[in-house]
Design a protein around this ligand. Structure first.
Ligand SMILES: [Zn+2]
Length: 304
């Protein structure tokens, strides 16, 4: 499942190849891929003629900002991929939505397992979200007259690579929670964009056990976690993501971060730091990989 670095890679690739392109016509082959507007025929009608101004990312979602202020969201989920192909490219049975561009190319949303969702939203309110679950995001909701793009993300936590995601902010957020670190890192309302791979990688790098309760971290540990989260995500982006499943980027090139992962899916292999075996446990129904030596087990965790 693509996480922040994979989605960021897709967004950067797309920015390079489709910024400035205009949609001539949309074809929806799987209705449920369209989340908004409903019915999908409305999406088809409303996206025709739209020009893509710029492409970026929020959480694990690709954002295509249109010239008129509207925003198209593409949540890739498990197997979604965005591909730009030349005109005349043979049809592909896994393409759920195709946007024919006026320059003859086609922007295809391909999704084998069909969990991904595409939306088209009025602009506005995006900047203020992620600032906290409190007053600010509520104020956005109250001011809005329509369901704007900002509201789509109002339940999401802060962007870990943003300027606002400081050690202090992470410390405050952790102190309020007694959940296990692994569970929290996967919670999109706690922090946006982190999934199973980068959660394991960040905890290994920070030398923190996945079952540690969030509110038990001391200052130094919070600092290590903060730095580790950002480092593993930045490294993932630099390597164009971890191509461990069906994920491919916009131009079809797989990322090469998978071979640089330190713990993820390395069960029983030696830890790169101490040589001890990497262990696998299940936390929040997800495979969790860690080094029992480097990431000390929390006291009293046995019965929890
Ligand atoms: Zn180790």
């Amino acid at each position: 499942m693509p996480e922040l670095p994979e989605v960021e890679t897709v967004a950067r690739d797309l920015q390079r190849v489709v910024a400035g392109a205009t949609v001539r016509e949309a074809t929806v082959s799987w209705d449920r891929t369209i989340r908004h507007p409903q019915p999908p025929e409305r999406f088809v009608a409303e996206v025709a003629g739209a020009t893509i101004r710029r492409v970026d990312r929020r959480a694990k979602t690709v954002l295509l900002h249109l010239d008129d202020g509207r925003v198209m969201t593409v949540a890739l989920r498990m197997t979604g991929a965005l591909l730009v192909v030349p005109g005349g490219t043979p049809p592909d049975p896994y393409v759920r939505v195709a946007l024919a561009l006026t320059d003859g190319r086609e922007l295809r949303y391909r999704d084998v397992r069909k969990f991904g969702r595409i939306g088209l939203w009025p602009g506005g309110g995006l900047r203020t979200v992620g600032a906290g679950r409190g007053s600010r995001s509520r104020r956005v909701a109250e001011e809005s007259r329509r369901y704007r793009i900002g509201e789509v993300f109002s339940g999401h936590g802060p962007e870990p690579l943003s300027r606002g995601f400081t050690v202090e902010r992470l410390k405050e957020r952790l102190a309020r929670r007694s959940a296990k670190l692994k569970t929290l890192l996967l919670d999109q309302s706690f922090i946006a964009g982190v999934g199973n791979i980068y959660a394991d990688e960040a905890l290994w790098r920070a030398r923190l056990h996945p079952l540690r309760a969030a509110d038990t971290l001391d200052e130094a540990e919070v600092r290590r976690l903060h730095r580790s989260i950002r480092t593993v995500l930045r490294q993932g982006i630099a390597n164009r993501g971890s191509s461990v499943s069906d994920y491919v980027s916009a131009d079809g090139q797989p990322g090469d971060n998978a071979e640089r992962l330190m713990v993820y899916q390395r069960t029983d292999q030696p830890c790169y730091r101490c040589g001890g075996p990497i262990r696998r446990i299940v936390v929040a129904q997800r495979s969790t990989h860690f080094c029992a030596h480097c990431q000390a087990e929390p006291v009293g965790s046995g019965g929890r």
